[in-house]
Design a binder for this molecule. Structure first.
Ligand code: HEC
Length: 155
């Protein structure tokens, strides 16, 4: 009986740890406008959708307009804040962490074709984290394509 009872909080704790880890993965960067983006933009889909884009102000404006057409309720007073937050945190020169980012985020930031993104993910899965640019360049097919984009990559 006793062992049954002690197992329950343990299970609960494990679940808590798992869900916290999942939440951290979806977490948006801190900054002015985070709250309003979180509350208005994660109602229909997760923030992964946002993280998988790198757009300038005009591009984000267009997305937000599209979302309004899809039924997003956005207070007109919040529009500037939302677009400002998105442009600052997911703008065209925002770096990607090549060791942590998901495939769509890598594709969006580095404008790589799907086979190249797959090659990166496969290498990372097999060998663990990339140490530096020269290791990344050894991924089959990637070689010269990555040099020009090094300013957008962090490890
Ligand atoms: C009313 C529901 C709803 C809300 C709220 C919403 N979206 Fe969307 N969003 C959608 C739908 C529907 C799609 C298209 C899904 C698809 O094509 O698979 C989408 C897709 C996207 C995409 C991908 C677009 C692309 O071209 O690939 C981005 C980026 C995005 N949303 C950002 C946002 C942002 C930023 C906000 C907050 C301002 C937001 N969404 C709020 C419904 C919503």
């Amino acid at each position: 009986m006793k062992s049954q009872l002690t197992r329950v909080p343990f299970l609960f704790l494990s679940l808590l740890v798992i869900s916290l880890a999942a939440a951290a993965d979806l977490e948006l960067p801190e900054g002015k406008g985070k709250d309003v983006v979180e509350s208005t933009c994660t109602e229909c889909h997760s923030s992964e959708r946002i993280k998988a884009q790198r757009l300038d102000e005009e591009g984000w404006n267009a997305i937000v307009r599209e979302m309004i057409e899809s039924g997003a309720f956005i207070n007109p007073n919040d529009l500037k804040t939302i677009v400002g937050y998105l442009t600052k945190n997911f703008g065209p020169d925002k770096k990607v962490n090549i060791n942590k980012a998901k495939a769509d985020e890598i594709a969006a930031t580095l404008k790589l074709a799907p086979p190249d993104v797959d090659a990166v993910i496969q290498y990372r899965t097999r060998h663990g984290k990339f140490k530096d640019l020269s290791e990344l360049e050894t991924v089959p097919g990637l070689g010269d394509k990555i040099e020009a984009k090094k300013a957008l990559i962090e490890f």
